[in-house]
Design a protein around this ligand. Structure first.
Ligand SMILES: C[S@@+](CC[C@H](N)C(=O)[O-])C[C@H]1O[C@@H](n2cnc3c(N)ncnc32)[C@H](O)[C@@H]1O
Length: 191
């Protein structure tokens, strides 16, 4: 679901954009990545993180987001770069082949998607065997997810149980994890 204008002001501010860029770079460094590999930023927002990576590393990067305004910002900011492009796409139906990406990254996106499990399944689908999924977002306890899902129809309530079941089913094995009761950060490799 698209963000409100207030959320966009908060999310697009330069300080947060810098923080998110550093975060994406820190997470990328957890992987032994190679030049020329394909990288998907799922829910890329204004593109700051993807642009930072495209400037520093010879990766082939695609950013997708459901919000055309955010995609336009990303396209404008990256018009001088040849190794990154941004396309408006609903992440629950990715227009990519199975196993198209070496690396899929997503940060603070799935709690915006009511059918978040479909979105995570799509991320898992487009990761190559041997490739990596870097997932980070807020999580909810099961009781809140059940209640919230009934009351707040526009919001996603990812749960650790739901994520872990899906990761197991899709042969995604954790190589790094930092999980609290409210936040789930994991780097997974597809076997
Ligand atoms: C809080 S922002 C995070 C943006 C960026 N990942 C970051 O960390 O700055 C959430 C983003 O998810 C996007 N989003 C929400 N629903 C989506 C969907 N179904 N498919 C793709 N992107 C979606 C929103 O448009 C928004 O840009």
């Amino acid at each position: 679901m698209k963000m409100s204008n207030l959320e966009k002001i908060l999310v697009n501010n330069p300080i947060r954009s810098r923080q998110v860029s550093h975060y994406a770079e820190k997470m990328l460094k957890r992987i032994d990545f190679q030049a020329g590999q394909t990288y998907l930023d799922f829910g890329c927002g204004n593109g700051a993180a993807a642009i930072n990576l495209a400037t520093k590393y010879p990766l082939e990067i695609i950013g997708i987001d459901v919000d055309l305004d955010q995609i336009r910002l990303a396209q404008q900011a990256s018009c001088h770069l040849t190794n990154v492009r941004f396309i408006p796409v609903d992440g629950t139906r990715l227009p990519f082949d199975d196993g198209e990406f070496d690396i899929v990254f997503t940060n603070k996106v799935t709690h915006h998607i009511p059918n978040w499990l479909e979105a995570v399944a799509e991320m898992a689908r487009v990761v190559k065997p041997g490739g990596h999924l870097i997932y980070a977002d807020l999580i909810a306890p099961n009781w809140l997810a059940q209640l919230g899902g009934r009351v707040m129809k526009q919001t996603g309530f990812p749960t650790s149980d739901g994520l872990e079941t899906l990761f197991r089913q899709r042969c995604l094995r954790p190589v790094h994890a930092s999980i609290t009761s409210m936040h789930y950060e994991v780097v997974l490799q597809k076997v």
